[in-house]
Design a protein around this ligand. Structure first.
Ligand code: TYM
Length: 329
C-alpha cells in the first residue's frame, strides 16, 4: 500500500480553506493509502502564540480531524512535538538547505514584503523542518493546498541532495498532490487573497467552528462584482469564482454544471445556495466535534498515534545519523 503524509499547523482556528484544500482529502485518501496525519504544533510557534489559546487550538484541531472523518484505526494521527525525531531531523535538514533556497520561499518573502517585524529564525527555517516531517516517514505522496506546494518541492530537492551526497536511496522522493478544484480558497471579503486563519475576526474567513449564523452571514456578504452573471472567471470575477469553487468542492458538482444551474439566478440566490451548502457541512462537523470533545477520546488517539509514529521516525533517524557520520556506535 502506498503511503501518504500531511499536516496542518493550527496557528489559529482551522478554516474552510484548510478543510477544502487539505483535511477532507486526507479523509478520502485514508481508504486507499496508509495515511499519516499530524498536527504541526512546532510550526505554530514560528509566529508569536498565546499559550492558552494555542493549547485550545491544538485540541480543537485534533477533535476536528476526527470530526471530519479521520479514523485512528486506519490513519496514524499525532502531535508533531510528541515525536522528537522531527526536530532532530529538522536540524539535519536545515544543515543541507541553502539560504538562497529559504530566501525564495514565498511565505517568508510575503511576510517580509508586508513589513512584518521580528520575524524569527524558526519561521525562516520552517521549510527545512517541514522537509524532515515528510522525509522521516518515506511517504509516496503529500496532499496539500496550492500554497504548500513550494515547500514540498524543496523537500524533494533536499531528499535528492541527501541521496546524491551520501550515495544512498535512504529518502524516498515524495510527490505533492494538489486538488484540481479548491486548492486555493480565497478570502470572502478580499477574493484576490488566500483565505487564511491569521485573518482574525475577518469577515473573509470561515472557521470550521464558527457560529452557523455568523458563517451564513459571511457567505451572504461575500464580495462579488457588478457583472450580474454567475460565471467562472477568476481573473475578472474572483469573488463569484471562489464561491463556485467552494460549492463545487463541497457538493462534488463540477463547476461548469453549477454555472449552468445558476445561469439565470441573481447573486443573492446563488449566495444563499452556497451558504446552505457551507452551513450544512459545518453543522455536520460541529455536531461530531461536540461528541468527540465530550468523549475524552483525544488523549488516547494521540498517545497511540505518537507511539506508532515514533517507532517509524526513530528507525529512520538512526539510519540518517549513521549515514552522515554523527552516530559512533
Ligand atoms: P497550513 O496549516 O497553513 O495549512 C494546512 C493545509 O491547508 C491548506 N490550505 C488551503 N487550501 C486551500 N485554500 C486555502 N485558503 C488554504 N489555506 C490552507 C494548505 O495548503 C495545507 O495543505 N506547513 C504546513 C503544515 C505542515 C505540513 C508538513 C504539511 C508542516 N509539516 C508536512 C504537509 C507535510 C502549513 O503551514 O499548512
Amino acid at each position: 500500500m502506498k503511503k501518504m503524509l500531511s499536516g496542518i499547523k493550527p496557528s489559529g482556528q482551522l478554516t474552510l480553506g484548510n478543510y477544502i484544500g487539505a483535511l477532507r482529502n486526507f479523509v478520502k485518501y485514508q481508504d486507499e493509502y496508509e495515511m499519516i496525519v499530524f498536527i504541526a504544533n512546532l510550526h505554530c510557534i514560528t509566529v508569536p502564540q498565546d499559550p492558552i489559546e494555542l493549547k485550545k487550538n491544538l485540541k480543537d484541531a485534533i477533535a476536528l480531524y476526527l470530526a471530519c472523518g479521520l479514523d485512528p484505526n486506519r490513519s496514524t494521527i499525532f502531535l508533531q512535538s510528541d515525536v522528537m525525531e522531527h526536530a532532530q531531523l529538522g536540524f539535519i535538514m536545515c544543515c543541507s538547505t541553502y539560504m538562497g533556497e529559504l530566501n525564495r520561499m514565498t511565505q517568508f518573502k510575503d511576510k517580509q514584503a508586508k513589513g512584518e517585524t521580528n520575524l524569527t529564525g524558526g519561521l525562516y527555517t520552517y521549510p527545512s523542518l517541514m522537509a524532515a516531517d515528510i522525509l522521516i516517514y518515506d511517504p509516496d505522496y503529500v496532499p496539500v493546498g496550492e500554497d504548500q506546494k513550494q515547500h514540498v518541492e524543496l523537500t524533494r530537492d533536499l531528499a535528492l541532495r541527501f541521496n546524491n551526497r551520501y550515495e544512498t536511496e535512504l529518502f524516498k522522493v515524495p510527490e505533492p498532490i494538489v486538488p484540481t478544484v479548491g486548492a486555493r480558497i480565497m478570502s470572502l471579503s478580499e477574493p484576490t487573497k488566500k483565505m487564511s486563519k491569521s485573518d482574525k475576526g475577518d469577515k473573509g474567513c470561515i472557521h470550521l467552528l464558527d457560529d452557523l449564523k455568523a458563517a451564513r452571514k459571511k457567505v451572504m456578504s461575500a464580495v462579488t462584482d457588478n457583472l450580474a452573471k454567475v460565471n467562472y472567471d477568476p481573473q475578472n470575477q474572483p469573488g463569484i469564482s471562489n464561491l463556485l469553487e467552494i460549492m463545487s468542492s463541497l457538493t462534488g458538482t463540477p463547476i461548469d454544471e453549477l454555472v449552468k444551474q445558476f445561469e439565470h439566478a441573481g447573486y443573492g440566490d446563488f449566495k444563499k445556495a452556497v451558504a446552505d451548502v457551507v452551513v450544512s457541512e459545518l453543522e455536520m462537523i460541529q455536531s461530531r466535534y461536540n461528541e468527540i470533545m465530550a468523549s475524552g477520546e483525544i488523549e488516547k488517539v494521540l498517545e497511540d498515534g505518537a507511539n506508532k509514529a515514533r517507532a517509524m521516525a526513530h528507525k529512520k533517524l538512526m539510519k540518517v545519523q549513521k549515514k552522515i557520520g554523527i552516530e559512533i556506535r
